[in-house]
Design a protein around this ligand. Structure first.
Ligand code: OGA
Ligand code: ZN
Ligand code: ZN
Length: 397
């Protein structure tokens, strides 16, 4: 930090950085976010500053650069014993000029990084023996960058998927239990048949749809024909949709879809419904969540005038998905396990015939926020320089 300057009668404090960048901070912002020992939380999760005890209108009376540019100190009118203190690096990282905000958002946007194109990212399970943390990081990095990672040579023990999942985050239990078996048994869910499954995310009928899905191929006999897996980046598809047809995109942000799972016949009957838009944009207009599952999209409860434009736009997105741009397509092998971000990518399966053989997958879910947190903390521990990613959990940050 080179210089600071009070402006607008103390309402704003400008800072000039060594690289020439200029930041402007509101007095209120500076005081409320004071980093001094008295004001800043000592323990995470507790904010000690009492905002209502401060003057309603805050104005900086004095501002100084300290410690060879490493800190900014400010004093406020009506609060003489208190000195507000900010670390320069922190202050710079929090600059909220349009340029810095835009850069920050773009850096976190993994779709823009073009890492999702090409070959399915793969990690060998056996590398876990050499360095477990490195193995975990490699998997997490692929899930973050590409939306999916294939782990090969996972032991084909029933329940193994839970062990693998627990390495990356806590198990997220749903109406299908902690763990579910995907095999043709003509059961309560289309996944448990041999039918084609179109592109979908699992279980958007939950307010909190599962964040990360794992599917482990316990058995996939060579006699089985079909049953290939497909993975498609919904964020990328939605951005293409927005470019090609902004009106449809807007409609699917505004008019919600109803997702539903009703099953009275189960041993534990279910009544689940959740209405929400297919696309969610945040305060910045950035896409932060996608909700897509044609298989459980039911009669939506919306205003009369919105019905035609909803279905028109809905068809438009279905059509775009048919182009399958940037899709990963593969046939799982016995011992393969895929882990993918259910909030970001859609998965599909082609129909299959057993021909006397067996296709048996075991699946589970984990929480996406925990996966992101594990990715970041592991990266820091391993000295990897990574940016906190936008994962599709409804937030740019
Ligand atoms: C699922 C599913 C895909 C498959 O169980 O959610 O989509 O390959 N299965 O069987
Ligand atoms: Zn303070
Ligand atoms: Zn599915």
């Amino acid at each position: 930090m080179q210089n600071c300057l009070i402006k607008q009668d103390g309402g704003i404090c400008d800072v000039v950085w060594k690289d020439g960048h200029e930041s402007s901070y509101h007095s209120t912002w500076l005081r409320y976010n004071c980093q001094c020992k008295k004001c800043f939380r000592e323990f995470s999760g507790t904010y000690t500053i009492d905002i209502l005890s401060l003057p309603e209108v805050l104005s900086v009376t004095k501002a100084e650069v300290h410690n060879e540019g490493k800190a900014l100190k400010t004093w406020f009118q009506g609060e003489s014993p208190h000195m507000t203190e900010h670390d320069a690096d922190w202050l710079r990282s929090q600059c909220y000029c349009d340029n810095c905000l835009d850069c920050d958002i773009i850096k976190r946007d993994v779709i823009n990084s073009q890492k999702c194109a090409g070959k399915l990212p793969t990690v060998d399970y056996n590398t876990i023996d050499k360095d477990e943390e490195r193995f975990k990081f490699n998997v997490l990095k692929q899930v973050v960058d590409s939306g999916i990672c294939l782990i090969q040579n996972v032991p084909i023990t029933p329940g193994q998927v839970l062990k693998v999942a627990s390495m990356f985050g806590p198990i997220y239990s749903t109406l299908y239990g902690n763990i579910f078996d995907v095999l043709d048994r003509k059961a309560e869910n289309a996944a448990y048949t041999n039918l084609l499954l179109p592109f979908h995310q699992d279980q958007p009928q939950y307010e909190s749809m599962p964040g990360v899905q794992l599917l482990h191929a316990l058995r996939f006999d060579s006699s089985v024909t079909g049953g290939e897996s497909q993975i498609l980046d919904l964020f990328r598809a939605a951005e293409t949709f927005r470019r090609e047809n902004p009106k449809y995109f807007q409609t699917l942000c505004e008019v919600p879809c109803k997702f539903e799972t009703m099953d009275k016949k189960r041993s534990h009957p279910v009544f689940q419904e959740h209405q929400k838009p297919h696309f969610v944009v945040d305060y910045f207009g950035k896409l932060v969540a996608v909700n897509w599952h044609p298989g459980i999209a039911v009669a939506t409860r919306v205003r009369f005038d919105d019905v035609p434009r909803y279905y028109e736009a809905y068809r438009g997105f279905l059509k775009l998905l048919e182009r399958k741009e940037g899709m990963f397509e593969f046939r799982l092998k016995t011992g393969d396990l895929i882990i993918f971000n259910n909030r970001r990518v859609a998965h599909a399966r082609s129909a299959f015939e057993n021909n006397g053989g067996v296709r048996h997958l075991q699946g589970t879910y984990i929480n996406l926020d925990d996966l992101k947190s594990n990715y970041m903390t592991l990266a820091i521990k391993l000295g990897e320089n990574v940016t906190p990613p936008k994962v599709g959990n409804g937030s740019s940050f």
